[in-house]
Design a protein around this ligand. Structure first.
Ligand SMILES: O=S(=O)(c1ccc(O)cc1O)N1Cc2ccccc2C1
Length: 393
């Protein structure tokens, strides 16, 4: 009997276990994915078609659209194929090929936004539609890559990757595809911190120490949760880079430490990263999650080693999508003149940690044809003097 699970019992995937064996589970997974993947691809392709014409006509958006159309056509070819071993092998190979085709979708879509910014005036209505679309588009992509990774990791032919059973006979680990049923949060935190610190040391020749707390008390005791380590790492690495850059831009020497406090609640596990990097005004905090604001010409490869923590790019909005994918969240609370708290909320109960997916329907369609927004609150008065950040301490 195959158990269905991701982080929570959900009939979207099968895990090899028990007496029925791997092949039956691979067949069930194949029969599920050959339908579910085209459904998810088709849903987001319908939304791409609703994008403002100016964006839809951008060359990079056209390229992404072609990738989606081709991948859709390649998967529906399996619609009538019985799950013989040769077909299962072909299907796995095709998923790897599609995953590689879509490797650069994030950058290519960002290039499309840049092409739009550089060629057209973008009004607030179009900007809202783009923000709405990209959150859904990147969330859809996270979910599709999760499905494909689970199948290819569990049933793919890479040497040593095939997981014979949940008990980890296959690759010696306990992982279930990309899921670690005992993902040690403290270990992922250390890993992300060390890697961000390496980049920080290389550019600033110094870096802030890490103060790791659990429920407010110094501790690096293992804290196992059911999660996808690569998702958790992506979020933490982004937040550590931002925090370190803020601190090092403010302190020439003796930078204060950054504090990561892991708080275990009944419903939430909160990972709060606090820095004393001077913070930003409340009016700017939301902009850090705006794709249009975060889209700027990326430094060329030759430059990027110079400013490794540079720019925001899509790091924060996509990190927030990873948190929201399993019904968590990522929020910034900044106090201008002092520093910023970045909080990753995870679901403490795995049965609440199912997938969060965009649904294409009349409601979502309305967001692409926004009616003119009439202000229902008085407009704020903007300070024209501009308040730059304080000089370095
Ligand atoms: O905006 S922030 O408050 C800030 C944003 C996100 C985050 O995760 C941590 C942060 O600290 N901060 C990032 C940064 C970079 C260079 C110079 C100054 C600052 C200020």
């Amino acid at each position: 009997m195959c158990r269905h699970t991701v982080l929570a019992p959900r009939p979207w995937h099968v895990i090899a276990s028990g007496h029925e064996g791997l092949n039956a589970c691979e067949r069930k997974s194949y029969l599920f994915l050959r339908k579910e993947l085209p459904v998810r691809l088709a849903n987001i392709m319908k939304e791409i078609a609703l994008l403002p014409d100016n964006l839809l006509r951008m060359p990079s958006v056209g390229l992404v659209n072609q990738w989606y159309e081709r991948s859709f056509e390649e998967i529906i070819q399996f619609e009538k194929m019985d799950p013989e071993q040769s077909v299962l092998t072909q299907f796995c190979e095709r998923l790897v090929h599609i995953r590689n085709r879509h490797a650069d979708v994030v950058q290519t879509m960002a290039q499309g936004v840049l092409e739009l910014k550089e060629s057209h005036e973008v009004d607030p209505g179009v900007e809202n539609s783009i923000q709405y679309f990209l959150d859904r588009f990147y969330m859809s992509r996270i979910s599709i890559r999760m499905l494909m990774n689970q199948h290819t990791l569990l049933f793919g032919e890479q040497i040593g990757s095939k997981q014979e059973s949940v008990n980890g006979i296959g690759n010696g680990g306990r992982h279930i595809g990309s899921i670690d049923p005992a993902c040690d949060v403290a270990a992922v935190v250390q890993d992300a911190y060390e890697n961000a610190r390496f980049l920080c040391d290389r550019y600033y020749l110094a870096s802030p120490e890490l103060e790791l707390l659990q429920n407010g008390v110094p501790s690096d005791r293992p804290l196992p949760i059911v999660y996808v380590p690569s998702h958790l790492y992506h979020m933490l690495f982004e937040l550590f880079k931002n925090a370190m850059r803020a601190v090092m831009e403010l302190y020439e020497s003796n930078p204060p430490p950054v504090t990561l406090n892991i708080i275990q609640g009944r419903e939430d596990i909160s990972l709060k990263l606090s820095d004393r990097g001077g913070g930003i005004p409340r009016s700017v905090t939301d902009l850090l999650f705006k794709y249009m604001y975060s889209t700027a010409p990326q430094p060329s490869k030759s430059d990027s080693h110079n400013v490794p923590l540079a720019g925001y790019g899509y790091g924060l909005p996509i990190s927030r999508l990873y948190a929201r994918y399993f019904h968590g969240d990522l929020v910034l609370i900044s106090c201008e003149g002092y520093g910023t708290d970045a909080v990753i909320y995870l679901k403490a109960l795995t049965n609440e940690a199912n997938e969060l997916l965009p649904i294409f329907n009349r409601t979502s369609t309305k967001f692409y044809r926004p009616s003119p927004v009439l202000a229902d609150w008085s407009a704020p008065v903007h300070n024209t003097s501009g308040s730059g950040r304080k000089d370095k301490q």
